[in-house]
Design a binder for this molecule. Structure first.
Ligand SMILES: [Zn+2]
Length: 99
């Protein structure tokens, strides 16, 4: 998991529907962080496995719960996402930060 990619996703995510989304495709994220698209893909795959990002859409990457993604950035790989659960403890704790 690439720390720079993870940091960029947390920085770039913006509110979208019930959750958040990064309004860039993986190639653009790679350009932003200055890593290869393969590095972005690898990190996104890991994050998806942990429920921290959704399925890549057309030019954007859904983030079901930004507080959980930020938590993963802080504490590393062990963190598993809530997949957008409204009752997410991390989200409730950090709600004011992300309004
Ligand atoms: Zn969460």
């Amino acid at each position: 998991m690439d720390a720079g990619v993870l940091r960029a996703l947390v920085e770039l995510a913006e509110p979208s529907g019930a959750g958040w989304a990064v309004p860039l495709n993986q190639e653009e994220v790679g350009m932003y962080v200055q890593v290869s698209k393969a590095t972005v893909q690898r990190t996104v795959r890991r994050l998806r496995g942990a429920g921290l990002v959704g399925k890549t859409g057309r030019g954007s990457l859904p983030v079901p719960c930004l507080p959980c993604l930020a938590e993963a950035q802080k504490y590393g790989q062990g963190v598993r996402g809530c997949r957008g659960d409204r009752g997410c403890a991390v989200r409730l704790r950090r709600d004011t930060e992300y309004r």
